[in-house]
Design a protein around this ligand. Structure first.
Ligand code: TXA
Ligand code: MG
Length: 332
């Protein structure tokens, strides 16, 4: 169903809410990526999300709420730090991990005692949660280990036939999945870098320590499998180089698409190599998945990414790229 991103037709939202309350699955846009939603308190509906995605039962999903009040209904306790962060960043791309209340079934959190909650921005997501009247469990609406969808067509390419309804409100505004922050211990732990940067979090929490994930570390944390290496990957073999000089040293660029990220130059791209450029962190965040999806659809031999510099403003984009690609040396 096509809906206007700013003023979604109330009857379309009502229909989607009806499907959700009946135990069905609805894909919808949040400000970050499209999510595959089910009513979070409905164990059987949530089980269908895992089945549709081919998602391992060990990977917990995020619960989407309309506001702080609904977030509180999903957790055992709502600490002051959660209140401060939610007031500052919600609705928006920040997910908070807290201790889970009994009304959220085990399956949502893969049996862990915690739950990840966020209030997404965007009138479609907000309107849908409000009309459903229940928190909505929603991972990104892609097959497990594939690229997150930023458009309806990406959702359908992976999941057509497995979901009851998709609300197509066009491309998402932010383009990269939310920042995930674990508030259950001290110090606070950033589990997934994202659109809300660690700097912004630190400035919202003066004097609080924040443990960052080492960028590119393929250390697997079973408690948050989104951090595993080679996740969010295109089907086309995808490699990365750290600089355009390194790119220039690759002599055989037949059947290769190049995605250059950051402001560096891209020398010696032969005329037949499609080259895509994403120069700023904002532009890269918004268009990274779209560009990867596009390159993937070209059916080329490989995708080669020129990495942006290892600087804080590129942390989230680098994190996703380090999962989507392998170092070029590993192809040889
Ligand atoms: O922007 C987003 O976060 C999108 C939109 C749809 O909201 N959702 C999304 O969901 O990216 P998903 O399932 O693709 O990624 C959720 C991440 C995973 O890395 C998961 O392991 C982690 O959050 N996560 C979920 N619940 C958790 C929990 N209780 N403790 C630790 N990590 C958790
Ligand atoms: Mg995902």
């Amino acid at each position: 169903m096509t809906v206007d991103p700013e003023q979604p037709d109330p009857s379309a939202l009502a229909e989607a809410a009806r499907v959700l309350r009946g135990g069905g699955l609805v894909a919808f846009a949040t400000e970050t990526v499209y999510g595959l939603g089910a009513v979070a308190t409905d164990e059987r509906a949530v089980a269908q999300i895992f089945a549709a995605k081919g998602r391992p039962a060990s990977n917990p999903v995020i619960v989407h709420v309309a506001d702080i009040g609904q977030a509180r209904s999903c957790v055992v306790a709502w600490p002051e730090v959660a209140e401060e962060l939610a007031r500052r960043f919600w609705p928006g791309p920040l997910t908070l991990v807290l201790n889970r209340a009994g009304r959220i079934p085990d399956i949502v959190s893969a049996g862990q005692p915690t739950v990840a909650v966020r209030a997404p921005a965007g009138n479609v997501a907000r309107g849908l949660i409000e009309r459903t009247g229940e928190p909505i469990a929603a991972p990104s609406a892609n097959r497990s280990n594939r690229l997150s969808p930023t458009r309806c067509a990406h959702v359908l390419a992976d999941l057509e036939g497995q979901i009851d309804l998709v609300l197509d409100s066009g491309p998402t505004a932010v383009g990269l999945e939310s920042t995930v922050l674990d508030l259950t211990g001290e110090p606070l732990r950033l589990l997934r870098p994202g659109p809300i940067s660690s700097r912004e979090l630190e400035s919202a929490l003066p004097g609080r320590g924040l443990v960052l994930p080492a960028a590119g570390e393929s250390v697997e944390r079973p408690t948050s499998p989104g951090r595993m290496a080679v996740h969010y990957a295109p089907r086309t073999p995808s490699f990365r180089v750290d600089s355009s000089e390194e790119l220039a040293r690759i002599s055989d660029r037949q059947g290769m698409a190049v995605i250059a990220i950051g402001a560096g130059s891209v020398p010696l791209a032969p005329p037949l190599t499609p080259v895509f450029r994403l120069e700023t962190p904002d532009e890269a965040s918004r268009h990274l998945y779209e560009t990867l999806h596009h390159c993937d659809a070209l059916g080329l031999r490989s995708i080669l990414v020129v990495m942006p510099p290892d600087r804080p403003e590129w942390h989230a984009v680098r994190d996703r790229l380090l999962r989507a690609t392998r170092p070029v040396a590993s192809s040889e």
